[in-house]
Design a protein around this ligand. Structure first.
Ligand code: GLU
Length: 482
């Protein structure tokens, strides 16, 4: 693409949260805008009054802000533009490309049933296309409400030139005279989207493949109004592991939910970009800047993408490891505070201890929220002993004696409780009990953390401090004998 004045848009309907599919659509648009120094418009398609809510608008904006998908224009609300849609609908009425339809829901229902009985497509049959002024007036007198329908081209074909799918040809006979203005005066999606994309000078419409079948209708409206047809790119659907369209039943699908679980925006963007796009076969990790540089619609796949939470988690872990301790501290503190593991105002010394703990755990967590489970034993006296670990590691014949021996040794270095002084005690124990180092370390680990998985034992002991360690070893001795 050479056009540097590209204008793209993300046009969510505020009827729910920002779904990963929507976020990916927003991302692809945003990447192109940033790459081409174009303009990214945020347009809220809120003409479905029953289903649109303010919370949803807030949620969508929140999700976009979290991901850093900054918009250059907007948010523009369709509900503020109703006059514009009516004006263009009037233009179509005036040029004979639209007409009023007075059919009642019951009549339409009946019509569809009859068509279905004849095994025909249940499309609108155009019965109000040729109403005379008198007939219309009579309907009005009866108190019937009207909608405005677009008079579609019945002959020939409509070609959608799509940047990911190539040219997709639709037979015009597949379409019908669809509604453009509803009886409450609101525009339908297929109409408002065209008026907006045209009047907002959108050059590239990038959206989910579920809209491909709407595109011939939209193209006919562009043509009827003499608007220039933009470029289209319909991007593949996102599926769950069972190959059904990704939905809530597959787990978290909302961007803010992922945020709350402790996914980083960098990891989300990286992963979302890969859902339907790839640069080459080897590169998986992309910084935002690299995505901006390397993204292209040509490399967007036609095939559906399968959402792989494990891969997202893995990427998240990778990005967590790249954080500075200061950043990790800022990001994890709310989780620790929410669980009451650390207080709301911390002394310098406490802050440093938390940071030292985080440094040890940074390589071991994939989600920020995992910090709670991974670190709680540093902050509380109530150890949750893992039963398996207790049975397998603590309840061994020599263990009480080993722990007693260490307890004695530790007491002698209680005021210099660090790796340099602790290590020799472990080595002595190993010799005394003719055991492997692991057989000394593992019982201590279970004793002080409750489980058999933790950072290096010396680091853990030092961070816990002598008092806590001594207390926990005594408890463990009781437990081991029990
Ligand atoms: N409001 C539509 C949606 O959320 C927008 C589709 C489009 O981008 O044209 O599906």
């Amino acid at each position: 693409m050479s056009n540097s004045n590209i204008r793209v848009r993300f046009a969510p309907s505020p009827t729910g949260y920002l779904h990963v599919g929507g976020a990916r659509t927003a991302l692809y648009n945003w990447l192109l805008a940033r790459q081409m120094q174009g303009v990214f418009v945020l347009r809220v398609e809120d003409t479905d009054l029953q289903r649109s809510t303010e919370e949803s608008v807030e949620g969508i904006l929140e999700g976009m802000r979290f991901l850093g998908l900054t918009w250059d224009e907007g948010p523009i609300f369709q509900s503020d533009r109703l006059d514009i849609y009516r004006e263009y609908a009037q233009q179509l009425l005036d040029t004979g490309r639209a007409y009023e339809c007075f059919c009642t829901p019951e009549e339409l229902d009946q019509m569809r049933k009859e068509l279905a009985a004849q095994k025909l497509d249940p499309k609108y049959d155009g019965r109000c296309r040729h109403l005379t002024e008198e007939q219309k007036e009579a309907y009005r007198q009866q108190g019937r409400k009207s909608v405005i329908r677009f008079k579609h081209k019945e002959e020939g074909k409509t070609e959608v030139r799509d940047l990911t799918h190539g040219t997709v040809v639709f037979d015009n006979s597949q379409l019908d005279d669809f509604v453009i203005i509803k009886s409450d005066g609101m525009p339908t999606y297929n109409f408002a989207v065209v008026i907006d994309d045209a009047t907002m000078d959108i050059t590239h419409v990038i959206r989910g493949e579920d809209h491909l079948s709407n595109t011939p209708k939209q193209i006919q409206i562009y043509e009827a109004l003499g608007f220039q047809v933009p470029e289209f790119a319909h991007i593949p659907m996102i599926l769950g592991p069972d190959k059904a369209r990704l939905s809530k039943r597959h787990g978290a699908t909302s961007v803010t939910q992922f945020r709350d679980e402790g996914y980083l925006p960098e990891a989300m963007l990286n992963y979302l970009a890969l859902l339907g796009w790839g640069y080459d076969d080897s590169q998986t990790v992309f910084s935002v800047d690299e995505l901006i540089e390397k993204f292209s619609l040509e490399r967007v796949s036609k095939n559906p993408a399968v959402f792989d939470i494990k891969k997202l988690e893995w990427l998240n872990g990778l990005y967590i490891r790249e954080l500075t301790i200061e950043q990790l501290y800022e990001l994890t503190l709310p989780y620790l505070q929410k669980e009451g593991l650390v207080g709301t105002s911390l002394s310098e010394q406490e802050i440093n201890r938390v940071k030292a703990i985080l440094k040890e755990l940074q390589p071991r967590i994939k989600l920020l929220s995992e910090i709670v489970e991974a670190s709680y034993y540093f902050f509380t006296d109530e150890l949750k002993y893992n039963e398996k670990a207790v049975n397998k590691i603590l309840r061994k014949e020599q263990v009480p004696a080993i722990l007693e021996y260490l307890l004695d040794g530790f007491a002698k270095v209680s005021d210099r409780f660090n790796q340099a002084n602790l290590e020799p005690i472990f080595v002595q124990a190993q010799e005394k009990f003719s055991a492997k180092l692991g057989d000394i370390i593992q019982p201590v680990r279970v004793a002080v953390t409750g489980t058999n998985i933790s950072p290096g034992i010396y680091e853990v002991l030092e961070l816990l401090g002598y008092e806590v360690v001594a207390h926990r070893l005594k408890e463990a001795i009781t437990l081991a004998r029990g």
